[in-house]
Design a binder for this molecule. Structure first.
Ligand SMILES: [Fe+2]
Length: 173
């Protein structure tokens, strides 16, 4: 890897793998969500993610490269942490579980926003306008997903999770 184009391709392979990992994790997250809004957000994001995989294939074609993936260790780690959240499903208060799911999902979105942001900047630096434009579309979708998670968390979900603590206190008193 001795030039920026190679670096860009390497980053795209990483993202291609990251998105594929995510398509497997999102249905599990949707299933675990108690809030219907949160569940819908995960279901919708699965569809968006499938579109992003197709967009990455378009980008590889644009670069005259086969669509290949390389293991994304970062996404694997973030998803593994998410699994820890799913494992506490039985013991956790449903509202707290939802708050934990939002936090896990936002880690995914922030990772993707940062990776797509770097890729777009590298594509721009290389004068690859079409590639940069496609990456920007995905970047916008990831930002939207992140904003939606903020909105869901702030529209009662975090408050309900905070209330779970009050319930617990009242029970032990
Ligand atoms: Fe994505």
């Amino acid at each position: 890897m001795d030039n920026l184009r190679d670096l860009l391709i390497d980053e795209l392979k990483d993202l291609y793998n990251a998105e594929k990992q995510l398509t497997k994790a999102l249905p599990r997250m949707a299933k675990a969500a108690g809030s219907p809004k949160l569940r819908d957000a995960f279901v919708d994001h699965l569809e968006v993610t499938e579109g992003q995989i197709e967009r990455l294939e378009k980008i590889f074609a644009e670069l005259d490269m086969p669509a290949k993936s390389k293991p994304c260790h970062a996404m694997k780690g973030i998803i593994e942490e998410g699994k820890e959240v799913l494992d506490m499903k039985k013991e956790a208060h449903p509202a707290v579980l939802d708050a934990a799911l939002v936090a896990a999902a936002q880690k995914v979105e922030h990772y993707e926003i940062s990776s797509y942001g770097s890729c777009r900047a590298h594509a721009e630096a290389l004068g690859l306008k079409k590639v940069a434009q496609l990456l920007q579309q995905t970047l916008d979708e990831e930002s939207e997903a992140n904003e939606l998670l903020n909105t869901i968390a702030e529209s009662g979900l975090n408050a309900a999770a905070a209330g779970a603590e009050e319930e617990e206190k009242a029970e032990t008193e």
